[in-house]
Design a protein around this ligand. Structure first.
Ligand code: ADP
Length: 193
Protein backbone atom coordinates (compact mmCIF):
# COMPACT_ATOMS: atom_id res chain seq x y z
CA UNK A 1 0.00 0.00 0.00
CA UNK A 2 1.31 3.43 -0.95
CA UNK A 3 1.27 6.44 1.34
CA UNK A 4 0.52 9.62 -0.58
CA UNK A 5 0.69 13.13 0.88
CA UNK A 6 -1.72 15.82 -0.22
CA UNK A 7 -0.81 19.40 0.54
CA UNK A 8 -1.12 23.03 -0.49
CA UNK A 9 -1.44 26.40 1.20
CA UNK A 10 -4.55 27.27 3.19
CA UNK A 11 -7.54 28.04 1.01
CA UNK A 12 -6.25 26.27 -2.09
CA UNK A 13 -8.94 23.59 -1.78
CA UNK A 14 -7.29 20.58 -0.06
CA UNK A 15 -10.46 19.56 1.77
CA UNK A 16 -12.52 19.96 -1.40
CA UNK A 17 -10.11 17.87 -3.47
CA UNK A 18 -9.83 15.30 -0.67
CA UNK A 19 -13.58 14.78 -0.90
CA UNK A 20 -13.14 13.87 -4.56
CA UNK A 21 -10.60 11.19 -3.61
CA UNK A 22 -12.92 10.00 -0.83
CA UNK A 23 -15.68 9.58 -3.41
CA UNK A 24 -13.32 7.22 -5.27
CA UNK A 25 -13.01 5.13 -2.10
CA UNK A 26 -9.56 6.34 -1.07
CA UNK A 27 -8.97 6.30 2.72
CA UNK A 28 -8.09 9.86 3.79
CA UNK A 29 -6.24 10.86 6.95
CA UNK A 30 -6.71 14.56 7.82
CA UNK A 31 -3.91 15.64 10.17
CA UNK A 32 -5.67 18.73 11.52
CA UNK A 33 -8.79 16.80 12.49
CA UNK A 34 -6.77 14.08 14.18
CA UNK A 35 -4.58 16.64 15.99
CA UNK A 36 -7.65 18.56 17.21
CA UNK A 37 -8.71 15.42 19.14
CA UNK A 38 -5.52 15.49 21.22
CA UNK A 39 -6.88 18.55 23.03
CA UNK A 40 -9.28 16.17 24.81
CA UNK A 41 -6.58 13.68 25.87
CA UNK A 42 -5.25 13.99 29.44
CA UNK A 43 -1.64 13.06 28.68
CA UNK A 44 -1.49 15.57 25.84
CA UNK A 45 -2.99 18.25 28.09
CA UNK A 46 -0.33 17.49 30.70
CA UNK A 47 2.37 18.04 28.09
CA UNK A 48 0.74 21.27 26.98
CA UNK A 49 0.55 22.53 30.56
CA UNK A 50 4.22 21.75 31.09
CA UNK A 51 5.09 23.63 27.89
CA UNK A 52 2.82 26.67 28.11
CA UNK A 53 1.58 26.83 31.69
CA UNK A 54 -1.93 27.28 33.11
CA UNK A 55 -2.54 30.55 31.25
CA UNK A 56 -3.64 28.73 28.08
CA UNK A 57 -6.31 26.76 29.98
CA UNK A 58 -9.85 28.04 30.45
CA UNK A 59 -10.40 25.33 33.07
CA UNK A 60 -8.65 22.09 34.01
CA UNK A 61 -9.50 20.32 30.74
CA UNK A 62 -10.37 23.13 28.32
CA UNK A 63 -7.64 24.72 26.23
CA UNK A 64 -7.90 28.26 24.89
CA UNK A 65 -6.61 27.44 21.41
CA UNK A 66 -6.38 31.10 20.43
CA UNK A 67 -4.05 31.70 23.40
CA UNK A 68 -1.97 28.67 22.36
CA UNK A 69 -1.65 30.04 18.82
CA UNK A 70 -0.66 33.49 20.09
CA UNK A 71 2.04 32.05 22.33
CA UNK A 72 3.60 29.58 19.90
CA UNK A 73 3.57 31.87 16.87
CA UNK A 74 5.39 34.53 18.88
CA UNK A 75 8.13 32.15 20.06
CA UNK A 76 9.88 29.62 17.81
CA UNK A 77 11.05 27.49 20.75
CA UNK A 78 7.46 27.11 21.97
CA UNK A 79 6.28 26.26 18.46
CA UNK A 80 8.95 23.57 18.28
CA UNK A 81 7.83 22.32 21.68
CA UNK A 82 4.22 22.08 20.54
CA UNK A 83 5.27 20.34 17.33
CA UNK A 84 7.24 17.85 19.41
CA UNK A 85 4.03 17.05 21.28
CA UNK A 86 1.78 16.86 18.23
CA UNK A 87 3.81 15.50 15.32
CA UNK A 88 4.94 12.13 16.75
CA UNK A 89 1.33 11.44 17.81
CA UNK A 90 0.03 12.33 14.34
CA UNK A 91 2.58 10.05 12.68
CA UNK A 92 1.80 7.23 15.12
CA UNK A 93 -1.92 7.60 14.43
CA UNK A 94 -1.22 7.67 10.70
CA UNK A 95 0.66 4.36 11.04
CA UNK A 96 -2.39 2.85 12.77
CA UNK A 97 -4.62 4.27 10.03
CA UNK A 98 -2.43 2.66 7.37
CA UNK A 99 -2.59 -0.71 9.14
CA UNK A 100 -6.39 -0.42 9.31
CA UNK A 101 -6.51 0.23 5.56
CA UNK A 102 -3.77 -2.15 4.49
CA UNK A 103 -6.00 -3.64 1.77
CA UNK A 104 -6.31 -0.28 -0.03
CA UNK A 105 -3.96 0.44 -2.97
CA UNK A 106 -3.08 3.76 -1.33
CA UNK A 107 -4.07 6.13 1.47
CA UNK A 108 -3.89 9.92 1.55
CA UNK A 109 -2.26 11.98 4.31
CA UNK A 110 -3.52 15.56 4.24
CA UNK A 111 -1.38 18.26 5.78
CA UNK A 112 -0.82 21.93 4.90
CA UNK A 113 2.70 21.72 6.38
CA UNK A 114 3.81 18.46 4.77
CA UNK A 115 7.04 19.89 3.32
CA UNK A 116 7.71 22.34 6.15
CA UNK A 117 8.31 19.44 8.55
CA UNK A 118 9.68 16.82 6.19
CA UNK A 119 6.61 14.56 6.25
CA UNK A 120 7.07 14.21 2.49
CA UNK A 121 10.05 11.94 3.22
CA UNK A 122 7.64 9.42 4.76
CA UNK A 123 5.43 9.39 1.67
CA UNK A 124 5.62 7.48 -1.61
CA UNK A 125 4.40 10.52 -3.49
CA UNK A 126 2.87 13.96 -2.99
CA UNK A 127 -0.12 15.70 -4.56
CA UNK A 128 -0.24 19.50 -4.49
CA UNK A 129 -3.51 21.39 -4.75
CA UNK A 130 -2.70 24.72 -6.34
CA UNK A 131 -4.41 28.07 -6.53
CA UNK A 132 -2.75 31.49 -6.75
CA UNK A 133 -2.61 33.75 -3.72
CA UNK A 134 -5.21 36.26 -4.87
CA UNK A 135 -7.84 33.58 -5.48
CA UNK A 136 -7.01 31.85 -2.18
CA UNK A 137 -7.50 35.13 -0.31
CA UNK A 138 -10.80 35.66 -2.07
CA UNK A 139 -12.07 32.20 -1.07
CA UNK A 140 -10.72 32.42 2.49
CA UNK A 141 -12.40 35.80 3.04
CA UNK A 142 -15.68 34.10 2.09
CA UNK A 143 -14.98 30.88 4.05
CA UNK A 144 -13.54 32.32 7.27
CA UNK A 145 -14.85 35.88 7.20
CA UNK A 146 -11.31 37.03 8.07
CA UNK A 147 -9.64 40.16 6.74
CA UNK A 148 -6.72 40.10 4.32
CA UNK A 149 -4.14 41.15 6.91
CA UNK A 150 -5.08 38.33 9.32
CA UNK A 151 -5.09 35.80 6.49
CA UNK A 152 -1.73 37.00 5.17
CA UNK A 153 -0.12 36.68 8.59
CA UNK A 154 -1.12 32.98 8.58
CA UNK A 155 -0.23 32.41 4.95
CA UNK A 156 3.26 33.92 5.37
CA UNK A 157 4.08 31.19 7.89
CA UNK A 158 3.54 28.49 5.26
CA UNK A 159 5.73 27.52 2.33
CA UNK A 160 4.76 29.45 -0.84
CA UNK A 161 2.30 27.51 -3.01
CA UNK A 162 4.58 27.83 -6.03
CA UNK A 163 7.39 26.04 -4.17
CA UNK A 164 5.01 23.31 -3.05
CA UNK A 165 3.84 22.88 -6.65
CA UNK A 166 7.41 22.57 -7.95
CA UNK A 167 8.26 19.88 -5.40
CA UNK A 168 5.13 17.74 -5.73
CA UNK A 169 4.73 14.69 -7.97
CA UNK A 170 1.17 15.57 -9.01
CA UNK A 171 -0.69 18.88 -9.18
CA UNK A 172 -4.42 19.56 -9.06
CA UNK A 173 -5.30 23.04 -10.36
CA UNK A 174 -8.35 24.11 -8.41
CA UNK A 175 -9.59 27.08 -10.41
CA UNK A 176 -13.27 27.50 -11.03
CA UNK A 177 -13.93 25.94 -14.40
CA UNK A 178 -10.90 23.58 -14.37
CA UNK A 179 -12.05 19.95 -14.50
CA UNK A 180 -11.16 19.04 -10.91
CA UNK A 181 -12.84 15.65 -10.93
CA UNK A 182 -11.04 14.59 -14.10
CA UNK A 183 -7.69 15.68 -12.70
CA UNK A 184 -8.38 13.65 -9.55
CA UNK A 185 -9.45 10.58 -11.52
CA UNK A 186 -6.31 10.82 -13.67
CA UNK A 187 -3.98 11.09 -10.66
CA UNK A 188 -5.87 8.27 -8.91
CA UNK A 189 -5.26 5.98 -11.88
CA UNK A 190 -1.56 6.86 -12.03
CA UNK A 191 -1.10 6.15 -8.32
CA UNK A 192 -3.00 2.85 -8.48
CA UNK A 193 -0.74 1.51 -11.27
P1 ADP B 1 -8.15 24.17 2.23
O1 ADP B 1 -8.65 22.86 2.80
O2 ADP B 1 -6.97 23.99 1.32
O3 ADP B 1 -7.90 25.25 3.24
P2 ADP B 1 -10.89 24.35 1.19
O4 ADP B 1 -11.10 23.04 0.52
O5 ADP B 1 -11.56 24.59 2.51
O6 ADP B 1 -9.33 24.73 1.27
O7 ADP B 1 -11.37 25.48 0.14
C1 ADP B 1 -11.36 26.86 0.50
C2 ADP B 1 -12.72 27.48 0.10
O8 ADP B 1 -12.80 27.50 -1.32
C3 ADP B 1 -13.92 26.69 0.62
O9 ADP B 1 -14.91 27.59 1.01
C4 ADP B 1 -14.35 25.89 -0.61
O10 ADP B 1 -15.73 25.64 -0.59
C5 ADP B 1 -13.98 26.82 -1.76
N1 ADP B 1 -13.60 26.10 -3.00
C6 ADP B 1 -12.81 25.02 -3.09
N2 ADP B 1 -12.65 24.64 -4.37
C7 ADP B 1 -13.35 25.53 -5.12
C8 ADP B 1 -13.58 25.70 -6.54
N3 ADP B 1 -13.02 24.88 -7.45
N4 ADP B 1 -14.33 26.74 -6.96
C9 ADP B 1 -14.88 27.58 -6.04
N5 ADP B 1 -14.71 27.50 -4.71
C10 ADP B 1 -13.96 26.49 -4.24
Amino acid sequence: MKRIGITGGMGCGKSTVLNEFRALGVPCFVSDIVAARYYCEPDFLDGLRTLLGDSVFLDQYTVDKRAVAERVFADTALLEGLNALVHPRVLGDFDCFCRQHSAAPYVLFESAILYDYGFDRLMDGVICVYLDLEERLHRLRLRDGADTETLMSRIRRQMPSEEIMCRADHVVLNYEGTPRRRQVQYIDQIIRK
